[in-house]
Every structure is written in C-alpha cells, then in structure tokens.
Write a protein that binds this ligand. Structure first.
Ligand code: ZN
Length: 410
C-alpha cells in the first residue's frame, strides 16, 4: 500500500490524500484551500492528473465531512469517479448549493458509521467523530496486510481506540495520519471554554445579563453549537429565532422556535431558494423583521453577515433595548471584510460583542493521548501549520515528515 498526500502536509486545509495499492486508488478528502482572510485568491486552481483533468485514474473518493477544506474540490472531480460521503453531509452540501445557486455536488454513495466497505483489494471503514461539523468521520484503510488510520478533523476521540481495536482484530496499526490544527501547546488557553458544555454555561450567564435581544453569530452547520445555544436560551426563558437557511439546514429540528426570512427570494431569480421559502411560507411559519421584533418575550436570534439590512429593520422596531452579539466562531475571521462590517454595525448600533467559542479541533493533549493509546508504527502529521509540524516529533519516535506530492510505501 502507498500513501501520497497531494496537499495538506504543511498547511491547515485543502486535504487531498491518495492511498492505494497496485490495483486500487482512493482519494480521501477533496478539499480546497481555506480562503485567505483578505478575501483575495479565493479560487483554488490545483490540478491533479486523473482527478481534475485527463482520464479518470482514481477509483473512488471519500469525503470525511462537509467543511470546504475537505470537500470543496468535489465539483471539479472528473465525472466517472464515484464519490462517497455520509448521508447528512450530502444533504447539507445540497442545501448550501441551493441557497448559493451553485451546482449540487455529485455525491454517489453514502457510507455508514463503522460499516466497512470492500472496494476491490481495499477496505475502508468510516468511524464517526466529534468535530464542529455533523456527520464527520475518520477512515480506517486496510489493504496489502497494512492498516492506516486517517483522522480527518476531530475534537475528541474517547470512543475511537476501542472501535479501532475491534476493527483491527489483533493486528497492529501501521500508520496514523493525524490532523494537528491545535498541536501547538499554547493554543490551549485556560481563559476560553474548552468544550461545548462550558460554551453553554457562559452563554446562559450572558443571556441573563442582557435585557434586549441576544444575537448569535456562528456557523449554520455547527450543529452542536446551535444546540447548545438553544439549550441556553431555553434555560433562561428566551425564544430562539432561526432564519430560512438555518431552518432548512437543520430541517427544523427544534420546536418552540420562531422562523423568519431575512433575504428577498423570487421564483424567477432564485427558484431553488424560493421553493424552500414557499414550503415554509405556506405553513405560515415565516416572520418578517418587524413582526419578529414585535413578538413578545426575549429572543435569541441566529445571524449571519449577510443579514445587515434585516438587522437594521429589526432594530428600528425596538430601538431602546440593550442587545448583545455572541461572536461564536474562530477569532481569525474578524479579519475578513464581512465580519468587520458586522462588528462595525454592532458598534454603530450600540450592540455589545462577546467572544464565546471553543475549537472544533483536538488540542495537543487529546492528540497525544490518541497517539499513545493507538500506538501506531508511524505517524504522519497533516492539517497543521508548517511551523507546527515539528511539534509532532515529540509525540512519536517514528514521525514521518512527508512532503506534498511525494509517494511513500507503507
Ligand atoms: Zn473541519
């Protein structure tokens, strides 16, 4: 069995991991580069022969989760190469493409947690993991008598070693390809919440402190975070409000939620979004900014950067309240223009801003423990900043510093 990482050995995101045998070739994750914070160079122009151009040379593609840095390249994969993902990942990607009016990703097959898939002489087993995306997986890859575990992105992994041991049935793990977003020890700060439970506790305190509306800025697909905010709101007697996009992404999971529409949608110009709008509108579920503002009781409203006109209308109906924005995503995004505009907006309207977030990636101690318990023969760092790769060497005596595009025989 060979491993060839086309991209991802020395950067966070853009994962493209080619693992195969003399007979079979599988790509794990087809990610695009993370967008630059200044908004420039958004197009990922990477070309891989047999994947994005030429004759198809990959037999299968497996997507670990729906974050773009793991699946953004899917639309450029040559037709004729079948793509696997989790079912919920596929659904979410379809919804996002409908709302952004882009082509739906051509995903062909769904895998199931811990159910091995035999593809010629290779066997792939997806193992569900905790990450800031629902339906995220690690992959155990077995062929030629070798066993490789690719972690994808993960935050905690308590149940993983027992599952791996069971799947290996007494065999050893040859290679662990481990993500290292937070491998640097100092990335774990004691001042910020370490898990979703702590985020929820702090959210409760803040929601109680404010008399007006609490707006929450977080990823619409960070299901766990959204659930935690729902629980916090319930605990302090606030009503949660979700817009049409969030409603569709979450398939209206929670009851006792007010639904609203923040963007204009038309049957002619945006027919795919309009279909969702019509579905909920007919059920009389969707409020406008004014009726939402006038709805009695305290609220928690999930917002996105594209909602400034909606927020203006909403705030015009309740001008004297003391409101809060919970900024519940990575601090680095503050450098991007849309976030800056939202924060400037908050400033102009006198909305306080509180940072409340925990990372969706494992901290060093968690990575270290996974390596220790699994005891792989070799360790390959991936998905970490290039200056942090050396940090992995302290965690394993046989740490392979692979370079993008170099093939290695397991
Ligand atoms: Zn991710």
């Amino acid at each position: 069995m060979y491993i060839k990482i086309h991209r991802g050995t020395s950067q966070i995101g853009g994962n493209l991991i080619d693992i195969g045998t003399a007979q079979t070739r599988i790509l794990f994750d087809a990610g695009t580069n993370l967008p630059s914070l200044d908004g420039k160079e958004d197009k990922d122009l990477i070309e891989i022969e047999g994947l994005t151009y030429g004759k198809p040379e990959f037999d299968w593609v497996f997507i670990s989760h729906h974050h773009n840095d793991h699946c953004g390249l899917v639309e450029r994969i040559l037709p004729g190469i079948p793509i696997f993902s989790g079912e919920e990942t596929h659904r979410i990607l379809d919804v996002i493409s409908d709302f952004t009016d882009s082509p739906r990703p051509g995903i062909h097959f769904h895998f199931k947690n811990c159910q091995p898939i035999q593809l010629d002489d290779m066997r792939v087993t997806p193992i569900g993991v905790d990450h800031s995306a629902v339906d995220a997986y690690m992959f155990l890859i077995q062929a030629d008598g070798k066993n490789v575990l690719y972690t994808g992105d993960y935050r905690s992994a308590e149940h993983i070693p027992a599952q791996i041991r069971q799947l290996l049935g007494g065999q050893k793990l040859d290679v662990l390809i481990s993500e290292g977003t937070n491998i640097r020890a100092e990335k774990q700060s004691n001042n910020t919440p370490q898990n979703e439970k702590q985020v929820g506790q702090r959210a409760c305190q803040l929601m109680m402190k404010y008399s007006g509306t609490v707006f929450v800025l977080c990823s619409s697909t960070n299901e766990e975070r959204i659930r935690v905010m729902h629980q916090a709101a319930k605990a302090v007697g606030r009503t949660v409000c979700e817009d049409l996009f969030l409603t569709v992404v979450r398939t209206g999971r929670e009851e006792n939620t007010l639904r609203f529409v923040a963007h204009y949608t038309s049957e002619e110009k945006t027919p795919r979004t309009y279909a969702y709008f019509q579905h909920h509108f007919e059920r009389q579920e969707l409020l406008g900014a004014e009726s939402l503002a006038k709805h009695p009781g305290k609220k928690v409203i999930f917002v996105r950067t594209s909602m400034l006109p909606f927020l203006m209308n909403y705030l015009a109906c309740c001008p004297d309240e003391k409101n809060l924005l919970l900024y519940s995503m990575w601090q680095g995004y503050r450098e991007t223009r849309p976030i800056k505009e939202l924060l400037d907006f908050c400033d102009a309207y006198g909305i306080d801003v509180s940072y409340l977030h925990c990372s969706g990636h494992a901290y060093r101690s968690v990575i270290q423990e996974l390596i220790r318990v699994l005891g792989p023969e070799a360790l390959i760092p991936i998905h970490c900043e290039s200056q942090d790769r050396r940090q992995f060497e302290e965690l394993h005596p046989n740490c392979l510093m692979m370079r993008d595009g170099k093939r290695w025989e397991v």
